[in-house]
Design a protein around this ligand. Sequence first.
Ligand code: 0O2
Ligand code: 0O2
Length: 210
Amino acid sequence: MKHWEEFLAPYKQAVDELKVKLKGMRGQFELEHHHSPIEFVTGRVKPIASILDKAHQKGISLDKLGSELQDIAGLRMMCQFVDDIKRVVELLRQRNDFEIIEERDYISHKKKSGYRSYHVVIKYPVQTINGEKSILAEIQIRTLAMNFWATIEHSLNYKYKGQFPEDIETRLQRAAEAAFWLDEEMSLIRSEIKEAQRAFLRKAEGKEKN
Ligand code: 0O2
Ligand code: 0O2
C-alpha cells in the first residue's frame, strides 16, 4: 500500500496542479469578458482497482504502468459548443508547461459505443524533492452533451460490465444520436446564445456598479 502511495503521489500532484492551471484558463476568459470555451474542469487520479483492471485487460505489466497506462492522471474539460473544443485544443498546443504526445479524435471518428470526445495525452513534469519526474496525463475535452451521455453510459457500463442488454444498447445508441443532434442544434443557435450571454454580463456589470 505504501508502494502505491509513493507511485501515485506525482500523479496526484499533477492532477492538482493541472486543475488549477486549466481552471485558470477559464478565469482569464472571464476577466477579458470573452465567451469562455471552457465551461468547467474536473480531474481525478485513477483508483488503484481500476488501474489493476485496465492493466490486466491490456496486458500491461505492473513495472510498465507509468509508460503504458496514459490515464492514471485524468483531466476533463467541458465546453458548451463543439467549436469550443478545437479552440481549447489549440490553447493546449500553445502551452509550454507540458508536451503533447498524442491526440485522439473521437469526435470526427466516434467510438462504436457512440462515445465522442477529444483526447490529448500529455507528458507533464512534476517537481519533487528528488528532482523532476515526468508523468503521462490524459485530458478529455468534450461538450456538455457528450459529457452527459458518457457519464450515464459509464455508470451503466459499471453495472452491466460492458455486456448491455440489447434494448439498453439500442437506447444508448439513440441517446448518443440525440446528444449529437443537441450539439448540432446548439451550434446553429450559438450566435444568439452568445449575444444573450453578453447582454447578461453587461447587465450584471451594471448592477455591480450601482
Ligand atoms: P465552482 O465554484 O463550482 O466553479 P474540485 O476538487 O472540487 O475542484 P473535482 O473533484 O475534480 O474538482 O471535480 P468535481 O468536484 O466533480 O467538479 C469540479 C468542478 O466542476 C466543481 O467546481 C463543480 O462545481 C464543477 N461541475 C461539476 N459538474 C458540473 C456541471 O455539470 N456543470 C457545471 N457548470 N459545473 C460542474 P469548483 O471548481 O468546485 O468550483
Ligand atoms: P475511467 O477513469 O473509468 O473513465 P481503452 O482501451 O478504450 O479503454 P485507451 O486506448 O487507453 O482506452 O484510451 P482511450 O480510448 O482514448 O480512453 C479511454 C477513456 O476514454 C476511458 O477511460 C473513458 O474515460 C473514456 N472512454 C472511452 N471509450 C468510452 C466509452 O465507450 N464510454 C465512456 N463512457 N467512456 C469512454 P476508462 O479506462 O474507462 O477510465
